[in-house]
Design a binder for this molecule. Structure first.
Ligand code: ATP
Ligand code: MG
Length: 338
């Protein structure tokens, strides 16, 4: 249902709300790189305005933003091929975010499961920004007229909301101005689960470091976390159907499949029947072999933060060439005096 007059453009973002995890890498960044290399115009963003919907220590936010940029570049995103930006450096995101706060309905926002998960029992005490987050996310995407957004499974509902906001704006003002964006949720690991609890998604903001593999973890830490990952006493199944009621087993094999770029069925042909004691060290070795070149390059890039800042400043300039006219046209459509 993508509106045909829009040229393909990819946008996606990651919060500098902690260090990058294996979930972010497999669910998002790997796909970002593929889409960049397919030659589509791509814009990738460190969404710092989203990160501050929950408390961020200022020094940590600065560091995490630069480290996220380093993670993007070390994973294969190139400032020559993609526009790489920090959200707060492109003010049109927040400006369109306000407009969309006026388009989205309270009832739509109250259905968002990420808010319910993050607010938990504390809903009266979390920030208004955490509640409004999806309206800003819709603006992040639509301020570029992005047609495709690669994300993990957990973002599906926010992408649907983005489509609803675009549709309502277009309808209310009688225009065909914002595209109806397509989510791109593909691959073996669109939802990597916590290593401690197979019913919870792996998250960089999870208080338990043992729940996740960080992109910057060293080989020993990765091996230890995988060794301690929650599992059950049974051997691995030979077929996918054998994962029924075994979310932790499914998760580890999904991770293996995604890292080795094989289907889960093919992985099970090799490892079906193995005990976890045999499988886990193989998974750890594979994870280290894929992550250590990236974390090594991240560390090298982090030695020169001013170079990262230069890349982001240039990205913001390139981005504003797209976002400023789209915001101006939005205000004009709404009848705002310019
Ligand atoms: P936070 O805990 O602060 O929300 P996060 O780890 O969920 O952090 P985000 O910045 O919210 O990371 O999400 C960045 C991208 O990574 C999104 O596309 C999201 O869908 C994807 N992603 C996050 N966690 C996972 C996961 N466990 N598996 C697959 N993709 C994921
Ligand atoms: Mg998240």
């Amino acid at each position: 249902m993508t509106t045909p007059q829009f040229t393909p453009r990819v946008f996606s973002g990651i919060q500098p709300s902690g260090g990058l995890t294996l979930g972010n890498y497999l669910g998002a960044i790997k796909r970002f790189v593929q889409m960049q290399d397919e030659g589509i115009e791509t814009v990738y963003c460190m969404v710092d305005l989203h990160a501050v919907t929950v408390w961020q220590d200022p020094a940590d936010l600065t560091r995490n933003t630069r480290e996220l940029a380093a993670g993007f570049i070390a994973s294969g995103l190139s400032p020559e091929k993609s526009i790489l930006i920090n959200q707060s450096q492109v003010p049109e995101h927040a400006q369109l975010g306000w407009v969309f706060s006026c388009v989205a309905r309270m009832g739509w926002m109250q259905r968002m499961t990420q808010f319910k998960d993050k607010a938990g029992k504390n809903a009266q005490n979390v920030s208004l920004g955490l509640f409004g987050y999806p309206a800003l996310m819709a603006a992040d995407i639509l301020i570029y007229h992005a047609t495709h957004v690669p994300v993990g499974e957990d973002q599906k509902q926010h992408l649907e909301l983005t489509r609803d906001i675009a549709t309502k704006f277009n309808h209310d003002y009688g225009v065909d101005f914002f595209p109806i964006t397509e989510p791109v949720i593909e691959g073996a690991a669109t939802r990597v689960m916590s290593l401690r609890d197979g019913s919870k998604k792996m998250s960089k903001s999870d208080p338990s470091d043992a729940s996740r593999i960080n992109m910057t973890d060293d080989a020993d830490t990765i091996a230890k976390k995988i060794r301690k990952a929650k599992t059950d006493p049974d051997a691995l199944p030979s077929e996918v159907a054998g994962f029924e009621d075994r979310p932790e087993a499914r998760n580890l094999v999904n991770i293996y499949a995604a890292l080795s770029e094989q289907s889960v069925e093919d992985v099970l042909k090799d490892v079906g029947g193995q005990q976890f004691g045999t499988f886990k060290p193989q998974l750890a070795e594979l994870a280290v072999s894929k992550l250590s070149p990236i974390s090594g390059e991240m560390a090298r890039l982090m030695n020169d933060p001013s170079e990262i800042d230069r890349i982001l400043a240039r990205g913001a300039e390139q981005a504003r060439a797209i976002t400023a006219p789209i915001l101006a046209r939005t205000y004009e459509i709404m009848g705002m005096v310019r």
